[in-house]
Design a protein around this ligand. Structure first.
Ligand SMILES: [Zn+2]
Length: 505
């Protein structure tokens, strides 16, 4: 064991352990005790570093029936009645579980790429307690009440963490208010649209008119529109100097095909819609969220301006834009291909500045795997390979490892990965360690270093396609709790997958 649960009653450790083994074996599969490695519905967890909105302090958290019953700073033993269970995590950090608002689990329809079981096992092992599944890359895409139901059905008994769903805003439903109404009434947490081709045939791109229509419907439900903000500028493509695409094995070639001006053009196109989300605007109550911002220059300036003018607007970026720089990507290494592309070192530094200054609101994985064949490793053709970065299980150590050089704090991590994503997804009882909230935690050791290689147990499919393989990282997840269930501990998952679908009401 790489860590030990330090029970208060140490002499009873052996007895307890045997009890745990017996307990976990006896109940039939699917019973509530299979949901948790810790068979109690009332217990305390304690450590020297608990991350709450008040800061990082020693203390304890009381968990009762899946909810946080109390958060106590400093001494807490006097509050624990005799016989109550206490799990002491020592120096490890207890943080709110991560909420990943941007993941592609691809089920139903493309389970050979990823799936609910493999994806949520990876999430659990990475400290993610809720993830919101994107409406595309599964088949069919989630663009109607019926296809959302297919998603929810496909997730039954397979999800280890809680999973919510974004619906898709596409030309087919954008002018059909009743179709959007029924998708949102069925529980989609918001809508997602593309301003450029998505790469998936049954998920066509939308224009500013579609987006305006969608926002008007979203306003009634006070839910967000997530936008992939890139617009194809053909003229730019032709006039770009040195736009020679002959060497498609070179990352620089790919980078030139998707310049920052594509992102800026999309955000400019969104300006009128952003204005409508202001107080008194036609779409007041709706919200625009720009996904995976890569351009830290003009695009970021436009976003800052819209925010300061009163638009209801947030923006995320992803760890791969903060960890990697275009200059470092080797010829033919298509593991790094994604859209928008990873840009140069100076842009990366600007993204970090924007995140630290609060102009970028949150982080997401954009975990978007495929089968290795589609990455065309033999040819190493950046122009033809599937674009998407596989990273779900690693986002916490990756953000921490690369962020430490920029002096990030545990409180910032919790804000970017839990508190703000919870707000975006409308989850008022998640994202913060506070009484009354769901008992969703990640327990981790920030200083434990490891090399990410085949010796680690990686739960998402096709780990070899992740560009993080071979990297030295810092930050080891010890345990993950979802609604009070200890679903991952010391390298093992709970016997049953007891995550629930998170549907908007
Ligand atoms: Zn995506």
């Amino acid at each position: 064991m790489e860590f030990s649960l330090r029970w208060r009653l140490l002499p009873l450790l052996a007895l307890l352990a045997s009890f745990l083994v017996l307990y976990s074996r006896t109940p039939p599969k699917g019973s509530s005790s299979d949901c948790s490695i810790l068979p109690y519905d009332h217990y305390w967890i304690t450590s020297k570093r608990i991350v709450t909105p008040g800061g990082v302090n020693p203390g304890a958290v009381e968990v009762k029936k899946g909810r946080i019953n109390a958060v106590v700073e400093g001494a807490f033993q006097h509050l624990v009645h005799s016989g109550a269970k206490v799990v002491d995590y020592g120096d490890a950090v207890i943080m709110p579980g991560l909420i990943d608002v941007h993941a592609h689990l691809n089920e139903p329809g493309r389970v050979e790429w990823e799936g609910f079981s493999s994806g949520t096992k990876a999430a659990a092992a990475g400290g993610i307690t809720t993830l919101i599944d994107m409406p595309l890359n599964s088949f069919p895409s989630t663009v109607s009440e019926e296809t959302l139901k297919l998603k929810v059905e496909a997730s039954q008994q397979k999800i280890y963490v809680d999973v919510g769903f974004w619906g898709g805003l596409v030309p087919e439903n954008a002018f059909n208010t009743s179709a959007l109404d029924s998708l949102l009434r069925a529980g989609a947490l918001g809508l997602k649209s593309f301003m450029c081709p998505s790469g998936i045939n049954d998920f066509p791109m939308t224009n500013a008119t579609h987006i305006k229509e969608g926002l008007n419907v979203l306003a009634k439900y006070k839910r967000p529109l997530l936008v992939h903000a890139e617009i194809v500028l053909d003229s730019e493509r032709k006039t770009e100097p040195n736009a020679d695409t002959s060497d498609s094995r070179s990352y620089a070639t790919y980078l030139k095909t998707r310049p920052p001006s594509w992102e800026a053009a999309a955000i400019r196109e969104l300006q009128a819609a952003m204005k409508e989300t202001e107080i008194g605007g036609h779409a007041e109550g709706a919200h625009i969220h720009v996904v995976h911002l890569s351009d830290a220059t003009t695009s970021l300036d436009l976003i800052k301006f819209a925010k300061s003018s009163g638009a209801s607007l947030t923006v995320e970026t992803c760890p791969h834009y903060l960890a990697f720089a275009a200059e470092e990507i080797a010829d033919g290494d298509t593991r790094f291909k994604c859209a928008p592309p990873i840009r140069r070192e100076d842009n990366k530094q600007k993204l970090w500045e924007a995140l630290l200054e609060g102009h970028i609101d949150m982080l997401s994985s954009d975990h978007s795997p495929s089968v290795p064949d589609l990455k065309l490793f033999d040819e190493g053709d950046f122009l033809r390979a599937w674009g998407g970065i596989s990273s779900l299980q690693f986002v916490l150590p990756v953000t921490w490892s690369y962020g430490r050089k920029h002096g990030i704090s545990l409180s910032q991590l919790a804000s970017w990965w839990s508190e703000r994503p919870a707000k975006l997804a409308g989850q008022r009882h998640k994202g913060v360690i506070a009484s009354g909230n769901d008992a969703d935690f990640v327990v981790w050791e920030p200083d434990v270093e490891f090399e990410l290689n085949e010796n680690q147990v990686i739960y998402h499919k096709h780990p070899s396609i992740s560009p993080y393989m071979g990297k030295r990282l810092s930050g080891k997840v010890l345990a993950t709790f979802v609604r009070g269930n200890l679903i991952y501990s010391d390298g093992k998952h709970a016997a049953a997958a007891c995550g629930v679908p998170v549907l908007a009401k």
